[in-house]
Design a protein around this ligand. Structure first.
Ligand code: NCD
Length: 336
């Protein structure tokens, strides 16, 4: 079925997104570096309709009936995996779920052979998370089936970038010119990796804040080479946070770090924890986000995490709507 010929009918009556579905050109969602502003806004418009669906008592529409979606997670996940699986179920797709322990990868089968098996079984879209950066790209090169990257190593996490911006847009409206600060372990964060591109597409001013050891080597050269002139780098959080519309602390990804990147946790907390005092330096009422899982008391204080400014739980809820929109666009919506 051709998505380009479809109109959106997910909320009981037919509604046409003001942006044409024809502008959607992606067979896979691997990162957001190839997303235009209009494409991001199209995802948001469809996510708005999906949000309405998930606010109902009966959260089920027939949009993807007859389609099959597989999730293949080779790393732990609570939010991303369950929200993709719920998104697929709310759209009436059939789902199959694999992980590294239960799949034949544990018996020595290559990743590509496992993915080809899913393709041969008739799966329409594979949502995959893998510890190696670039794994979903290799999958996309070797398969006809659509691939959605649910996090690859330290590289990208496009659905998280979209849900972060969607959450902000619901509260702030047009994001053009708004200031967002991402603070913490930028080097190992695929969330930061995708948000760099999502913010560029939407005209957001992004400040990356971390000690030099938690910023990727060659960051400045990369920002220049990719014309990412909306990004500022700052080591001092008290400076970075001034006038911010939103602040997103990140978890220290100990599982990906070599030792010695920070001198001590205690010093890191002192310099980089988002506390009520620090948050008061941002714009009044500035939004707090976190992709989860949080390490409360390290990158974020308990008071801030549960303050009225925190949209952390709303991010999780919005994640389902945004992933429904992506599955709809990738797997093919149906006219009803
Ligand atoms: C993030 C991830 O897995 O990249 N979490 C998520 O998907 N919500 C961030 C993290 O693990 O810290």
């Amino acid at each position: 079925m051709n998505v380009n010929e479809t109109k959106l009918s997910v909320s009981g009556h037919e509604s046409f997104p003001s942006l044409s579905i024809e502008l959607w050109q992606h067979r896979h969602v691997l990162d957001l570096d190839d997303f235009s502003c209009d494409e991001v806004n199209l995802v948001f418009e469809i996510a708005d309709a999906m949000s309405e669906v998930i606010s109902r008592d009966v959260k089920k529409v027939p949009t993807l009936r007859g389609k099959t979606i597989a999730t293949m997670f080779f790393e732990p996940s609570t939010r991303t995996r369950s929200s993709f699986e719920l998104a697929a179920k709310y759209l009436s797709a059939d789902t199959v779920s694999l992980d590294s322990i239960k799949s034949s990868v544990a018996k020595g089968e290559s990743l590509i052979d496992s993915l080809r098996t899913l393709q041969a079984l008739g799966v329409d879209t594979i949502v995959m998370r893998h510890p190696c950066s670039g794994a979903p790209y290799i999958a996309a090169q070797n398969l006809e089936t659509s691939i959605i990257n649910a996090g690859d190593g330290c590289h990208a996490h496009p659905s998280q970038g979209l849900l972060d911006m969607y959450t902000l847009r619901r509260h702030l409206g047009d994001l053009n010119g708004r200031k967002v600060v991402i603070v913490g372990d930028i080097t190992h964060s695929r969330v930061a990796g995708s948000n760099i591109w999502a913010t560029k597409a939407l005209g957001v001013k992004l400040t990356l804040c971390a000690p030099p050891t938690l910023l990727p080597h060659g960051l400045h050269a990369m920002l220049k080479k990719c014309s990412l002139d909306h990004v500022t780098v700052e080591h001092d959080l008290d400076v970075a946070i001034r006038d911010a519309d939103a602040v997103m602390p990140l978890r220290l990804q100990k599982e990906r770090q070599q030792s010695g990147l920070i001198s001590s946790i205690r010093e890191y907390i002192q310099l980089y924890q988002l506390t009520p005092q620090r948050l008061s330096l941002a714009k009044p009422g500035a939004i707090v986000m976190h992709p989860g899982p949080m390490n409360e008391g390290i990158e974020i204080s308990h008071e801030v995490a549960y303050s009225s400014q925190s949209l952390i739980e709303e991010q999780v809820t919005n994640g389902v709507a945004v992933r429904m929109a992506l599955l709809y666009l990738i797997t093919g919506g149906k006219i009803r």
